[in-house]
Design a protein around this ligand. Structure first.
Ligand SMILES: *[C@@H]1O[C@H](CO)[C@@H](O)[C@H](O)[C@H]1NC(C)=O
Ligand SMILES: *[C@@H]1O[C@H](CO)[C@@H](O)[C@H](O)[C@H]1NC(C)=O
Ligand SMILES: *[C@@H]1O[C@H](CO)[C@@H](O)[C@H](O)[C@H]1NC(C)=O
Ligand SMILES: *[C@@H]1O[C@H](CO)[C@@H](O)[C@H](O)[C@H]1NC(C)=O
Ligand SMILES: *[C@@H]1O[C@H](CO)[C@@H](O)[C@H](O)[C@H]1NC(C)=O
Length: 478
């Protein structure tokens, strides 16, 4: 709904823009079709992190291209070549969709970005419903990708469809990818290649892949970057028996856990020397945003079953989570993880961790700092084991410098109109690599205007998207 209003706001000056009530009536009548489409999209397991699911990602791109064609868009599916996997094999990257609906070259052009791939999801992880079967309960639509980001992409297409039934008084472009969850492989190069063609007549870029902090709607004006590391440690050619080798070999898993444990202290402070040097200071204007933002720590804790945060106030939590770096340990590949009591000494383990980067931190500098630090720590341990540290995802942080410009004003007004409330302005703790890239390469004003809820559980179990917005009882997903 906000996206629809954003489009309407841009068209205010243009004679013949449809009246709000005719458009809203159309939306009312078509709700079930919209939800049915989302159900179909969710049923496609477009998990970009799993090479075996690659053809599902491609299928998802094809389906989206079809939907765009039905809207009368000119659609190009751009092939990006191959992805080299950790094991040396190569598989095709999913195509990127570049599409456009040009009604009149004189009119403004808004370019929307979103992604059609999803995070992995298994019922056994603790889902209450099958993750790839959309189920509606109490006004929320549950399923992987409902909020991140299939539902948000569909909301854009539905908004355009609803406007088109009357008159689409502007031009729209679309960039949709299928590798966002693993680092947007190949997309950055494509944006550079198409800067003087596809992007040249774009006036504004709107990214629909974010959530609000609370039930109060908001606009995201910055994102953290991300570096994802693998630490591989190998102690033997094959797995060993702890009865035969325990106590006499340098175990790979022990080395790895030692290394992972040197990365941050118990307060969460990252121990890599120099890592905080470049972190940008927060302006007073931003401090005000954080003070005004609606964010209920108690609600979030209750929802996710978290006992306590490391910080006590809303402002501290928001600032730590979005304006400073953080380190998370994600898992150990190759370690025994099944139930039971196997007495194995794994021969080779791969530890996985990532660092979210704050604005001004340079991914290449941080990568070097982290790798040097881990090698130094490993040397202290005197282990003969083979170690290999690689950085597999590198995404830059970003913060907008034109939050007072016309795009943000349009977003603010759209929110005001739908919800009758001021928009919260905040930064995103997560990473959307294409944000900074769009801004850096094209120089066009860029804004994140998502419709995800604060408790939608992106990447988690029981991901959902609300059908209605609580604040206004208007349709959120349309
Ligand atoms: C996607 O579309 C392309 C081009 O039409 C086609 O060659 C390919 O088989 C389709 N793939 C899937 C998985 O649907
Ligand atoms: C349904 O949603 C309402 C409003 O959010 C809530 O009060 C109620 O407990 C929910 N019911 C169930 C069964 O989840
Ligand atoms: C991309 O094109 C815009 C004009 O549309 C130009 O201002 C900008 O400098 C170009 N970016 C690069 C990296 O060449
Ligand atoms: C942040 O502010 C402190 C104290 O005013 C200053 O020493 C530091 O250089 C600033 N950091 C950056 C990245 O500008
Ligand atoms: C380390 O791992 C990377 C990525 O898997 C690989 O390309 C590289 O050859 C490895 N280096 C060593 C020394 O094993």
């Amino acid at each position: 709904m906000i996206i629809l209003l954003l489009l309407l706001f841009f068209t205010k000056m243009i004679a013949g823009a449809p009246s709000d009530s005719t458009v809203f009536g159309y939306i009312e009548e078509h709700q079930d079709i919209y939800v049915q489409r989302l159900k179909e999209w969710v049923s496609i397991e477009s998990d970009s992190s799993n090479p075996e699911k690659r053809c599902q990602v491609v299928k998802m791109m094809n389906l989206t291209a079809e939907q765009l064609t039905q809207l009368g868009a000119t659609v190009e599916l751009v092939e990006l070549g191959k992805q080299k996997l950790q094991n040396g094999n190569e598989i095709p990257l999913p195509p990127v969709i570049l599409a456009e609906i040009i009604t009149d070259p004189q009119k403004p052009t808004v370019c929307f970005y979103g992604h059609l791939d999803v995070q992995p999801a298994k019922y056994e992880d603790g889902w209450l419903t099958q993750p790839y079967t959309l189920e509606e309960k109490n006004g929320s639509m549950y399923g992987r990708g409902t909020s991140d980001d299939k539902g948000q992409v569909l909301a854009v297409l539905h908004a355009i469809e609803a406007l088109q039934k009357h008159d689409l008084p502007m031009n729209v472009k679309f960039v949709y990818e299928g590798m966002e969850e693993v680092g947007s492989n190949g997309l950055f190069k494509l944006v550079e290649e198409r800067n003087s063609t596809f992007f040249s007549d774009v006036d504004y870029i709107v990214i629909t892949d974010t959530s609000w902090l609370s039930k109060k709607p908001g606009i995201t004006y910055g994102t953290r970057g991300n570096l994802y590391f693998f630490i591989e440690v190998e102690c033997a050619r094959q797995d060993l028996h702890s009865g035969s080798f325990g106590g006499v070999v340098h175990e790979a898993t022990s080395d790895l856990i030692f290394l992972l444990n040197t990365l941050a202290d118990s307060s969460g402070r990252i121990l890599v020397p120099g890592i905080y040097d470049a972190v940008a200071n927060i302006s007073n204007k931003e401090k005000e945003y954080f003070e005004k933002a609606e964010y209920n720590l108690e609600e979030i804790k209750a929802k996710f079953g978290i006992k306590n945060f490391k910080y006590n106030t809303k402002e501290e939590v928001l600032i730590q989570n979005t304006c400073y770096p953080s380190l998370s340990i994600h898992g150990i590949e190759g370690a025994f993880s099944a139930s039971g009591t196997k007495t194995v000494i794994p021969a080779k383990v791969i530890g996985k961790f990532s660092i979210r980067l704050a604005p001004k931190m340079d991914p290449s500098v941080v990568e070097k700092q982290v790798i040097e630090y881990l090698h130094m720590k490993f040397a202290e341990r005197n282990s003969p084991n083979r170690i290999n540290i690689t950085c597999v995802i590198k995404a830059k942080p970003w913060v907008s410098t034109d939050t007072d410009g016309p795009l943000y004003l349009a977003g603010k007004n759209a929110i005001k109109k739908v919800f009758n409330s001021e928009a919260d302005f905040f930064r995103e703790g997560g990473t959307i690599p294409i944000g900074p890239q769009f801004y850096e390469v094209t120089g066009k004003s860029t804004m994140f205007l998502g419709i995800g809820g604060p408790d939608d559980a992106h990447h988690g179990q029981n991901e959902k998207l609300d059908r209605y917005s609580e604040a206004s009882s208007k349709y959120l997903f349309l």
